[in-house]
Each structure stands twice: as structure tokens, then as C-alpha cells.
Write a protein that binds this ligand. Sequence first.
Ligand SMILES: [Zn+2]
Length: 254
Amino acid sequence: MYKKIKEYISNNTGILIRIDDVADNMNWSAMNKCEILFDKYNIKPLLGVIPCNQDEELLTHEKNKKFWTQVRNWQEKGWEICMHGFSHVYDRETNKKDYFSYGGRSEFCGHDYTTQELRIKNGLRKFRKEKVNIRSFFAPNHTYDKNTFSALKKSEIVNVIDGYGLIPYTENNLNFVPQLFYKEIMLPFGVQSTQIHLNYWNAQDYNNFEKFILINLDKIINFDQCIQKINNSYFSKLINYATKTALKSIRLFR
Ligand SMILES: [Zn+2]
């Protein structure tokens, strides 16, 4: 029995390294340091790439003129390129009516279906033009509504890197990989994704991240491994429901 429990836990424990806000204008010195680290330990992260970045805060960073060549190089290495919004400009207030009740501003939630579909389609067109394959999406500021999900499905994107829980799950015919904490935290059980904002990093942040990677090396998994962990059994649903309730009440997330 003990062996079985141990086996269950190790089969359902893993972390996907999700890097947020990857765009032509970004903190390239931190990104380059991470790339060396990932290559050294054969880590395949998921990069949230903004196809047509117009976020003024991000535009203050240094621009890489060969950005799309760089994205294709990452893709060739087996890194997962994920679509992170379209322009990353928040132009709606969610008033906490977003799907995960995070609140805050949004690029998608609150817009009508046509607007959301157009943003997703235009983003995908840009990736296609640059010969980059997209299988997943996560919205700026974690903010979605039913229209976002319908537009994603219409565009044949069925994987969302967001959500509550400790086990990747399917809901409304979409796959969700849980993303729970703002800071890197490895739980003793569960499959989840990080959210790394290296555009805000200082030198100490990199050192902390490197330490986190080294300590958890055997638990780091790639996007495909995450999707293979999808489990919609009653027991998994119960665990995810309990996590959601606990997190909502203690507000560990942002
Ligand atoms: Zn973002």
C-alpha cells in the first residue's frame, strides 16, 4: 500500500517552467542566462511569447531585432512556444468577473466574442508567418471568460496554461495545466506550472531561480509530459476542488 501511494505521488508530481512575457523587447540579459542554464540541464521550458507586443512597459526593454529567428531556434531545441495574448495591452476591467476570479485588467475578458477571436486569429497568423507552431495559450493577467475559451476552441487551441488544482484537467473541452503561485514554489505533490517574470528580475532573482532549478531538477517536466498527466477521474477532481477552495480562501496567489 505504502509503495503504491509513493508511486502515485511520484507519478503526479512535476513542474513545467513557464516563462511569461517573452517578446522582442525584454530583459535579454536574464533570458540569455536562463537559456544557458536550461541547456546545461536539458530543461525544455514553455515560453509565453507575445506575438505583437504593444505593452508600453515591456517596450522600455532592449529590442532584439532577430527575435523571430531566436524563437525558431528555441522551437528547434524542443522548447514549447505558447501564445501569450496578442498585444499584451489591457483594455478592459474584469471587475472580478473573469473565469478564475483573479480580477484586475484584461486583454480578453469582457470583450465580445468577435474581438477576442480576431485577436487570437491575428496572433496565430503572426506565428504561422514566422513558422512557429502553437499548441497552447495563456492570457495576460490570467483573465479569461467564456468567449475566450470559445474563440480558442474555434482556433483549434485546446491547451491553457492556467487554472487551479494540483493535476492537469479537462473542462469545457479544454486542457488546463494549473498555475498556482506567483513565486516559484515546489509542492510535495501535484503537477503545475511556474510563472517567471524575468523582465522584473535583479541579479538576486536569477540566483534564487537557479537554486530552485537545481533543487528540483528531477521534478521538472516539459509540456508534453504535462499534458500526459491530465486526469479527469473523480479523485483528481476532488483534489483540484479542494486546492481551489483552499487557495481562494488563503489567497496565496496573485
Ligand atoms: Zn504577461
